[in-house]
Design a protein around this ligand. Structure first.
Ligand SMILES: Cc1cc2nc3c(=O)[nH]c(=O)nc-3n(C[C@H](O)[C@H](O)[C@H](O)COP(=O)(O)OP(=O)(O)OC[C@H]3O[C@@H](n4cnc5c(N)ncnc54)[C@H](O)[C@@H]3O)c2cc1C
Length: 388
């Protein structure tokens, strides 16, 4: 076993300053000796907490409350490089950022997912999304001033970031309309591309969410893939069309440009890392979070969620620290995770369990309560105040 005091200085380069990247960089900096460098690279100067976008959409948060400068990490000794990652070379362990080369002993790829809104003609022009901070900001006044009409919420593809988010959006829009005493004049409908709410989590979870939607008089149309949108109308794959006054959407996703055409990606187009160790086929190169495709026994991938990106970040950071210190790697991602489902009126449900369970994910859903809403606020507080 190597003595950590004898190990020469090593560099860990973390690609992406989202949930996975920031969590990994923090953990590495905390656990690694100061002689080793931790470098985080991100395109934009700010970290934004996507799990709070729905509160921005509701008017409960300002953009500034869910945004922090990544440079704040520098006071902890994490080097922050702002720029566009153009190439990642796994064999060489080098990264090219705005034409400059960064050398690394270990690389963590956490570049998230890109929105592919352009794959549905007219969607961007006629609808609005809560999946970006700017979109959530634009929706806030529109939703809070609604007095009547038909609100359609669509998931524009079966795969998207955070399976709970569109359902939370529907509950929150319903709650705002009820608080404003205009719900009787407003129809709210969800048309989802997927076969059921949070379907990967299991039929029990889908059934529980459907029952909550029914209680709130939110009509639900599963497996109803949108094909195009035009002013006041959307078209579906079954040739039906629906009129709307407000169209709110969860965009489809695609792999981030920087990993497309690299040898890291598998047939899915995403990085098919080992689901326990998060290693890639290149030694010293790991992948976590939304840019990975981790397969489940039911043939579907692990949902894209910050809670998993976070857990995976800790596993990979600990593996890298153990490797650098010459210890045996013992950390492993076990597929456990939980997700809050905001239902408005100061309450949230909570779906939690083991997504790696055999023969199918074993996930339970807990009924909405103020306790889970408070837990989500504490989670937000921890990320915004402790990580950055
Ligand atoms: C509305 C909404 C609500 C959500 N709510 C929840 C929730 O309640 N709970 C939950 O667990 N998850 C939630 N999620 C999902 C969660 O936000 C994501 O799963 C999580 O952000 C993934 O983390 P990541 O590090 O993999 O990617 P990201 O957080 O997306 O970070 C990727 C980073 O890489 C950067 N990047 C990409 N390409 C380049 C490049 N070429 N050069 C430089 N930088 C680059 C990006 O700018 C970005 O900063 C929600 C998502 C949305 C949209």
């Amino acid at each position: 076993m190597a003595n950590s005091k004898q190990v020469s200085s090593q560099s860990v380069v973390v690609l992406g300053g989202g949930i996975g990247g920031v969590a990994a960089a923090n953990r590495l900096r905390k656990r690694l000796d100061q002689r080793h460098r931790v470098i985080l690279v991100n395109r934009y100067p700010d970290f934004t907490f996507a799990a709070s976008y729905l509160w921005v959409m509701s008017g409960k948060r300002k953009a500034s409350q869910v945004t922090r400068p990544l440079k704040a990490l520098e006071r902890r000794g994490i080097e922050v490089v702002l720029g566009n990652i153009e190439n990642i070379d796994g064999a060489d362990r080098t990264v090219s950022v705005d034409g400059k080369r960064l050398n690394a002993d270990n690389i963590i790829i956490s570049l998230g997912a890109e929105y592919a809104t352009d794959t549905i003609p007219g969607l961007k022009e006629t609808g609005e999304t809560f999946a970006t901070l700017a979109g959530a900001q634009r929706l806030a006044p529109a939703i809070n001033s609604l007095t009547k009409g038909r609100v359609l919420i669509v998931t524009a593809a079966p795969m998207y970031r955070c399976p709970a988010a569109p359902y939370e959006a529907a509950f929150l829009i319903d709650a705002i309309a009820r608080n404003n005493k205009v719900r009787g004049n407003i129809d709210i409908e969800i048309h989802s591309a997927e076969p059921g709410p949070m379907a990967v989590a299991g039929a029990n979870v889908s059934a529980a969410v459907i029952s909550l939607l029914e209680e709130r008089n939110i009509a639900y149309h599963p497996a109803h893939q949108i094909t195009a949108a035009s002013p006041g109308r959307i078209d579906f794959v079954d040739s039906k069309s629906e009129p709307f006054d407000m169209l709110v959407y969860m965009p489809p996703i695609r792999p981030p440009q920087a990993i497309v055409s690299t040898p890291f990606v598998g047939p899915s187009g995403w990085i098919e890392a080992d689901r326990n160790s998060l290693t890639t086929s290149f030694p010293g190169v790991y992948a976590i979070g939304d840019n990975t495709q981790l397969s489940l026994s039911i043939g579907k991938p692990l949902p894209r969620a910050g809670v998993f990106a976070h857990a995976q970040a800790l596993v990979v950071a600990d593996s890298i620290v153990a490797t650098i210190e010459g210890r045996e790697v013992s950390s492993s991602f076990n597929g456990h995770g939980g997700c809050f489902i905001e239902t408005g009126f100061g309450k949230a449900g909570y779906g939690t369990g083991n997504f790696f369970a055999e023969p199918s994910p074993a996930v339970n859903i807990k009924q909405p309560s103020s306790r889970f809403h408070l837990s989500k606020i504490i989670f937000e507080h921890n990320v915004m105040k402790r990580w950055l």
